[in-house]
Design a protein around this ligand. Structure first.
Ligand code: BES
Ligand code: ZN
Length: 265
């Protein structure tokens, strides 16, 4: 909750605005402080050549190079063409996803979790302008033959759109086998939770960047496309639209935690 609140206070997190760089630094410092006691943790910026906002990558190094990626975009935008001064709190899109990832990091560290495989947490820059940050990262990982065995994208986790589903998995630009696995995780660890499938119809978020490079990706989403939060990309994407709680996002934190741990075996 506090992470969503804090991230929403930046005027925007636009990829080309000063506050978009400040918000990246805030995420960097937050993730760094959560892992400061761990010598197997490394926090770094992934710098991009065409704009100032860096992506943030936290690595928990395991004994083996196989890597699980949990990511979401950090940037926000207001209006169709954005602009570097427009107010864009981006509470749901996508402070919620970054906060959910941060919660997973917090819980793993609090329990002194020591992975066998390598776990990477990513806050992508410049998603809202064409998945640019994740595209550069996924392309770089592919070029270096990085053994990423699974990617989960968290983009919009805190608006409960309808009573029918808690979590909706997008079937396009994702890996069908892995989606079934995530569904099984939901059934196993979040018994009463209701989940279903929908499709974006286009590469709607950073999972598509990984998918396009041949890596297995999934995106558990807050609702069906028709029932999702329609205040995104406006100055009305605020936490009060989700009743000032993070209760919906908490389900995604549990699911993502089980994803990381069950792939790490
Ligand atoms: N979070 C949104 C959109 C979204 C909708 C993600 C449904 C997942 C499921 C995302 O940040 C976004 O706005 N993406 C862009 C696409 C991109 C290629 C510019 C969009 O949908 O216009
Ligand atoms: Zn988004």
């Amino acid at each position: 909750l506090s992470m969503i609140q804090k991230l929403s206070t930046f005027n925007n997190r636009y990829y080309k605005s000063p506050t978009g760089v400040e918000s990246a630094k805030f995420i960097y410092e937050k993730w760094k402080s959560l892992t400061s006691m761990r010598n197997d943790a490394k926090i770094e910026y992934f710098n991009h050549s065409s704009w100032n906002q860096p992506s943030v990558i936290l690595t928990i190094q395991g004994a083996t190079p196989e890597t699980v990626v949990l990511g979401g975009h950090q940037d926000s935008i207001s209006g169709y063409f954005g602009g570097s001064s427009a107010r864009a709190p981006g509470a749901d899109d996508n402070a919620s996803g970054i906060a959910t990832i941060t919660e997973v990091i917090r819980v793993l560290m609090q329990n002194d979790y020591r992975p066998t495989k390598t776990i990477k947490f990513m806050a992508y820059a410049a998603e809202e302008v064409g998945l640019l940050g994740s595209k550069e990262i996924a392309t770089d990982y592919k070029k270096r033959s990085e053994p990423v065995i699974g990617v989960m994208q968290l983009d919009m986790t805190n608006f409960k759109g309808n009573d029918e589903f808690d979590i909706v998995m997008m079937t396009d630009y994702t890996n069908n086998e892995q989606n079934k696995f995530v569904g099984k995780l939901a059934d196993t660890y979040l018994g009463t939770l209701k989940w279903g499938y929908d499709r974006c119809g286009y590469g709607c978020s950073d999972h598509a960047s990984w998918h396009n490079q041949g890596y297995p990706a999934s995106i558990p989403f807050e609702a069906t496309m028709s029932d999702m939060n329609h205040n995104i990309h406006t100055n009305r994407d605020t936490l009060d639209v989700s009743n000032n709680t993070a209760s919906h996002a908490a389900k995604f934190a549990k699911l993502a935690l089980s994803f990381v741990i069950e792939l790490d075996r």
